[in-house]
Design a protein around this ligand. Sequence first.
Ligand SMILES: O=C(O)CCC(=O)C(=O)O
Ligand SMILES: [Fe+2]
Length: 351
Amino acid sequence: MSVKDVASSGLNEIPGEFRASWQVKKASASNSNGQSIPIIDLAGLHGENRSLIIEQIKTASEEWGFFQVVNHGISPQLLDETFQASRKFFELPDLEERLKKYSIYSDKEMSQVAKMESETIKYPSNWRDNMVLNYAPNLDTQKWPTEPPNFIEVNLKYNQALYHLKKELLDALSESLGLQTSLLNDVLGEGQTTNMIYYPPCPEPSYAFGVKPHSDPNSITILIQDEVGGLEVHDKHGEWVQVKPTPNAFIVNVGDQLEIFSNGKYKSVEHRVVPNHDKVRLSIGSFIAPGFTTHVKPPPELTAKQGQLYNGCIYFDYILKFFVTDLKFNKGFNKLNICCTGCFKQNNPSF
Ligand SMILES: O=C(O)CCC(=O)C(=O)O
Ligand SMILES: [Fe+2]
C-alpha cells in the first residue's frame, strides 16, 4: 500500500512499521546562537557580484553544508507547474500501482541494489511516497508517467532548467574551492535523478520520520520544497535546524562525493524530514551525481597542505555500500576509510 493510502485510511496511530521508538522534537529555523541556514542571492552571478557570491557559497558550505538560493533564473511559473504536475500524479487513483509501474529504480544496476536494500535494512519506513525520474546520463521518458497528461512535458522542462542550474552551482563551488571552474561539473556532475516526494499528513508526527536522518551519497542535491516545511539539518553544534520554507528558493546541499572530492573541506551533513499533522508536503529533489564508473578522489590542489584525507572511490562501489550496509544511516560510517577501489565488487562477486 502507498503511504498516502495508509494515511487516508483514518488512523489515529501510525502503524508499527513506521513508528520510531523515541520522540522526535520538531526544530525551529535557527539554532541557539540565533543562526539559520544561509540564503544566497544569485543575482549578478555573472557580473560584478560573482566573487562575493562565491565567498558566500564557500562560507555556507564550510559552516553548514546547506544553503538556499534565490534569483537562480528558473521561473516561478515553471516551479508552480512542476509542483502541480507532481501533486496531480500522487493524487491520481491507484497510486500504489503507478509507483510499482514507474519503478523507483529503473536502471538495471539500481534494481539489484534495491533488492539487496530490502533484504538487509530493517528500519522503520519513511512516512512518504516517492517516484524517481532519471534524467541524465540516461534519459528515457518512456519510463516516466504519462498522467497527468502534461507530466512529461513539464518535467522535461524542469529537468533541463535544473541541469543548467547544477552547472552554475558546480562551477561556483569549484571556484569556491580554488579549482578550475569546470572541474567539479566534469567529475561530479554527470548524473541527474529527480525524486518527487509526497509526504501525507501524519497522525503522530513526533513518532515518525518523513525521511530518517541520513546524508546524501551523491555530489550535491538541489531541492525545492513547498510552504509546509519539515526538512531539518544537523548543524555543527549538534542541533537540528529547520530549513525555512522560502518562496521559489532552491535548497542546495553538499553530498558525500563532494565531501570526498573536497578532501573534507565541505561536509555532507545529516538531515531528516519531520512529517506534518495536518498538511500534505511536497518536495522535489534532484540528485546530482558522478557517473557510476567515475573514480572520485581529492585532486592534488586540495591535498597539498593536509595530505589526502579520503581514499579514492568508484562511485558505483560507494552507492552499493551506501544502500547495502548501515552506511545509509551513518552507523559506523567512517568516511575516511570508506573506499578502496573495487573492494565491494571483489567481496560480492555476484555483482
Ligand atoms: O524532502 C526533503 O525536504 C528532503 C528529502 C531528502 O533528504 C532526500 O530525499 O534525500
Ligand atoms: Fe537527503
